[in-house]
Design a protein around this ligand. Structure first.
Ligand SMILES: Nc1nc2c(c(=O)[nH]1)N[C@H]1C(S)=C(S)[C@@H](COP(=O)(O)OP(=O)(O)OC[C@H]3O[C@@H](n4cnc5c(=O)[nH]c(N)nc54)[C@H](O)[C@@H]3O)O[C@H]1N2
Ligand SMILES: Nc1nc2c(c(=O)[nH]1)N[C@H]1C(S)=C(S)[C@@H](COP(=O)(O)OP(=O)(O)OC[C@H]3O[C@@H](n4cnc5c(=O)[nH]c(N)nc54)[C@H](O)[C@@H]3O)O[C@H]1N2
Ligand SMILES: [Mo]
Length: 718
């Protein structure tokens, strides 16, 4: 089966990345599970849906009675945000299980950004997105959108957009220890030392202010003055050695930003998976605000998502004060923010018996989270594991029951998550491309039935419909309570107006119609509804991003809280990091490991598609020629890479694209473990980089794991 882009699509104009073009291959993959599987002494065997759900109620419910629901946990993986079914119904499984312990891939990804946004703007979803189509100096830190296709900045065709930026006289500046494809396309590449971005940003802020180049919105000037006065010790001169750039390069960057009419600074995963993830996200916004580049065209802006966003429900910029550190994990006291435990704590909570049973949905934490070997053992030790996943992989091989979703081509689609991070306001809905096969369940039905079973309800479609009904009631109430609801709107009006379908499409209808562009169930002419979206198969363009301050905010002052005490308090730690001389005496682990993404890959789960993994092996250690020579390593030699957490043996790839002192490995590899059933992936196994990432280093504000700048040693293997 072939997938191609839709040239008439209002946003993508037909541009697809390799992940999109291979959805048909995923659909056809013979290893993709079509029926539930249960674990037996002879491995996993297929069973019917009734049998699978019965087994869960017979074995798991007594365990829940005995050890208590607080001894359970749910892990939500990255693809949860890729579909309506999982985004809407994943939460019902948490409710059905009644667990207080929720883990997700967020704490190995963007959580620091969300925590910073929560403190600064009042909602964690209020994430500034680079308005790249209108910027004239765009600075990317820790992002490689020409490979990743962009993240927290939904934009099809980054290459074309960057060409356009340069064609209109703009400049792209990339800050990355590696000369990536994006860096190659840039006007300036600054090969920073890993994890030091907060020092660079602090110095840029200080240079802007010190040179009289800052121009903040008068309403933010006082808060930014407080921040600037605390950053005085971080100058271009003082941070230069530590960040691995010259003072001139840093001053030049500050001056270039200041000389630009429409500057924009954007930081992505290279800046969040560090011990200073939250502080770096904050300082990114501080630099933008000093330039009046926040919430301004061409700067960093806030999209207006058509459905489900918390920041579109009122016009009142005032909201409650927010404070970090109210909750922490049991074993190590790591922060629990935004209702989720950090995955760095998962293995130890299982080991000590705080978690005895789990559900994973669309996640592969054994490969994607720190200290992968410890997680592998921890999952094996659980009393019961249910995984909702299309593959028997490194995590789900430990599951007692695996419940497979329908393929992505069999689901309705609307980007609840990514449309809120999009560089244009766009609404696009597609019905399933392919029907369900006889006897197959939609993924929402799988999740809703599971939620019902876990809550002690029926294990059949009546249970699923009950759960669906509860969710519908919640969303209807939320619509009625919106500040924007027209006078006199009733629950009956909503019932009468919404599409006569069950599951996610009806829920989406409620959300879209009560959203910022909605038709309010027929009361607003020309407004959006699912029906209207269905009639526009190429999507509806809602225009460029518009300034949204102050109504996007929900803060005590009604302005961004740039001088939030929890953020200012972290500057002492940053000052210590600045002064610690780190790297001067590196000890045995004298190189710094960073992560890389490759174009034909997506975390851990697309490696079973021959079309994506064929060709040169991609799980290699990139190392600078000087570092390779110093260790007697040549291209293709096997190297032993060791950290405080573990070691792997992997072939080296010698390249001057990487900064001396830094090495890189991709994540999501390390396939072929016994009990997995991904034949193609096993032939291209690679090694698990997260055996090397220790679970001990986290950003103490958000609890997120450090995945970059890991101290490692490299030597010839054997
Ligand atoms: N092809 C492909 N696309 C993907 C994915 C994939 O696996 N493959 N994964 C998807 C997911 S889940 C996400 S979250 C996004 C992520 O999207 P991006 O954020 O664009 O992710 P990366 O491509 O990993 O780029 C991160 C860059 O940060 C650099 N870096 C590492 N450490 C530091 C540091 O300390 N400072 C600075 N300044 N840079 C640093 C790395 O060298 C790397 O080039 O990509 C998504 N898209
Ligand atoms: N060292 C290091 N580690 C990293 C990163 C890094 O840069 N460096 N990046 C991190 C990032 S950004 C992320 S997002 C995480 C990802 O962490 P995870 O989400 O835990 O890992 P994935 O590999 O994305 O696993 C996705 C799982 O979902 C399944 N799946 C795919 N589609 C569906 C579906 O429609 N429904 C269901 N139910 N399941 C589905 C796949 O089979 C797979 O098992 O990894 C993180 N790990
Ligand atoms: Mo991610």
């Amino acid at each position: 089966m072939r997938t191609r882009g839709d040239r008439d699509d209002v946003f993508s104009k037909g541009f697809l990345c390799p992940k999109g073009t291979t959805l048909g291959h995923f659909h056809d993959d013979p290893d993709r599970l079509r029926t539930p599987h249960v674990r037996t002494e002879d491995g996993h065997v297929p069973v019917g849906w009734d049998e699978a759900f019965d087994l869960i109620s017979q074995r798991l419910l007594p365990l829940l009675e005995a050890s208590g629901r607080d001894h359970t946990a749910v892990y939500l993986g990255n693809p949860v945000v890729h579909s309506l079914d999982t985004l809407l119904f994943g939460r019902t499984v948490i409710q059905g299980l009644g667990t207080p312990n929720v883990y997700s891939a967020s704490t190995v990804d963007q959580r620091p950004r969300e925590v910073a946004s929560g403190l600064l703007y009042g909602h964690s979803v209020t994430i500034p997105v680079p308005d790249i189509d209108r910027s004239d100096v765009l600075v990317l830190l820790g992002a490689n959108p020409l490979v990743s296709n962009g993240s927290l900045a939904t934009a099809p065709d980054w290459p074309g957009r960057i060409d356009a930026l340069r064609a209109r006289g703009g400049a792209l500046i990339v800050v990355d220890p590696v000369r990536t494809r994006t860096a190659e396309a840039a006007d300036v590449h600054l090969a920073i030392r890993p994890t030091t971005d907060p020092l660079l940003l602090a110095a840029i802020a200080t240079e802007l202010v010190g040179r009289g180049l800052s121009r903040p919105d008068p309403l933010d000037a006082d808060a930014l003055d407080i921040v600037a006065s605390r950053l005085l010790g971080f100058t271009a001169e003082s941070v230069a050695t530590r960040v691995g750039l010259t003072a001139e390069e840093i001053v030049d960057l500050a001056e270039r930003l200041a000389a630009s009419e429409r500057p924009c600074v954007y930081g992505r995963i290279g800046t969040t998976v560090t011990p200073f993830g939250t502080t770096t996200s904050w300082l990114t916004d501080v630099v933008n605000a000093l330039l009046s580049a926040l919430d301004r065209p061409g700067g960093a802006m806030f999209p207006t998502n058509a459905a489900g966003s918390k920041n579109t429900r009122t016009n009142d910029p005032h909201g409650p004060a927010r404070q970090l550190g109210r909750k922490s994990t049991a074993v190590r006291g790591l922060p629990v923010e935004l209702g989720e435990q950090p995955v760095s704590a998962l293995a130890e909570e299982i080991e000590v018996g705080n978690i005895a049973a789990m559900v994973t949905i669309a996640g592969n934490p054994v490969l994607s989270c720190p200290d992968g070997d410890a997680l592998d053992r921890a999952f094996e030790s659980l009393d019961f594991l249910v995984s909702v996943d299309p593959y028997l992989n490194e995590t789900t091989r430990h599951a007692d029951v695996v419940l497979p979703p329908a393929s992505h081509l069999q689901k309705p689609h609307f980007d609840l998550a990514f449309a809120g991070l999009s560089i244009r306001n766009v609404a696009n809905f597609s019905s399933p491309v392919l029907p369900l096969e006889p006897g197959q369940l939609a993924e929402w039905e799988v999740l809703a039935t599971l939620a019902s079973v876990l809550g002690g309800g029926p294990a059949d479609s009546s249970g699923a419909h009950f759960v669906d009904g509860l969710l519908y009631d919640q969303l209807r109430t939320s619509a009625l309570q919106s500040d924007h609801a027209p006078d006199g709107l009733t629950a009956d009006d909503i019932d009468a107006a919404t599409v006569e379908r069950d599951g996610p499409v009806r829920l989406l209808d409620v959300m879209v119609r009560s959203g910022p562009w909605g038709d309010w169930f027929g009361r607003v002419e020309g407004g959006l509804s699912v029906e209207r979206l269905e009639a526009a198969p190429h999507g509806i363009d809602l225009g460029p991003l518009e300034p949204r301050m102050p109504s996007v905010l929900s803060t005590p002052s009604g302005r961004p809280e740039f001088a939030h005490p929890d953020l200012l308090a972290d500057l002492d730690r940053l000052a210590a990091f600045h002064d610690d001389g780190h790297g001067d005496d590196p000890g045995p682990h004298d190189l710094e490991l960073v992560n890389r993404r490759t174009l034909r890959s997506n975390n851990s789960w697309m490696h079973n598609l021959e079309i994506l993994v064929k060709g040169k092996p991609r799980c290699t250690l990139q190392i600078h020629p000087d570092d390779a020579a110093a260790r007697g390593l040549s291209a293709g030699d096997p190297a032993l890479v060791a950290s405080s957490a573990g070691q792997v043996v992997v072939p080296v790839e010698v390249t001057d694209a990487i900064r001396p002192g830094v090495v890189s490995l991709p994540h999501g590899w390390g396939h072929g473990a016994p009990g997995t059933a991904m034949r193609v992936a096993a032939e291209h196994a690679g090694v698990n980089v997260n055996v090397l990432t220790p679970s001990t280093s986290v950003d103490p504000l958000s609890g997120s794991s450090q995945l970059t700048g890991i101290a490692v040693s490299v030597a010839p293997a054997g």
